[in-house]
Ligand binder design. Sequence first.
Ligand SMILES: [Zn+2]
Length: 198
Amino acid sequence: MNQAVSNNLSFKEKNRERNRRYRERNATVISERHKKWVEENREKRLEHQRRYRQKNRELLNRKNKEYNQINSDMRKEYTKRYYLENKDKVYAANALWRKNNPEAYRLIASAARARRRAHKYNTRIGRIDWKAIHERSGMICGICHGPIVGDFDYDHIIPLAKGGPHVTENIQLAHPSCNRAKRDTINYRPQREIVRSN
Ligand SMILES: [Zn+2]
């Protein structure tokens, strides 16, 4: 290393050290100044960001997609590994959640059951609006038209086994007993004696 470079380096180092000390001593002032600058240039920055996004929309979309894919894979992998390494803990936590949230759990379990059956019958599966189904039903059994108190099933009006699709329009609330009695019948008419609340 020749003398000039060495001097230069030590000058740079000294300078860096001086700057570091200055920043340390004036941290508050610098941070305040930076905040003020950000505040004053907010509009300009937003405009710049907006233009950048517009110009690079495709690239950003692709990057976003890639990121989401990798992230989702990682998350799945992580969840799976965590589950395998902590089965007892996960099981206990799930059991506790089920115990504390019986209503929510019943909903999730019924929905999952309906979806599994739809897969089994290889029928059309749409995005289900469960809230709409509940609002439409008003907690009245779609089969016997009696009020539902407590447990209920999601009944496919045209049964999956008869080619009915798994879509919002084809799903209604029903007593589990009514649902069992109806099975895969189309236009099922319940008999009075088998109709009860559960
Ligand atoms: Zn019923």
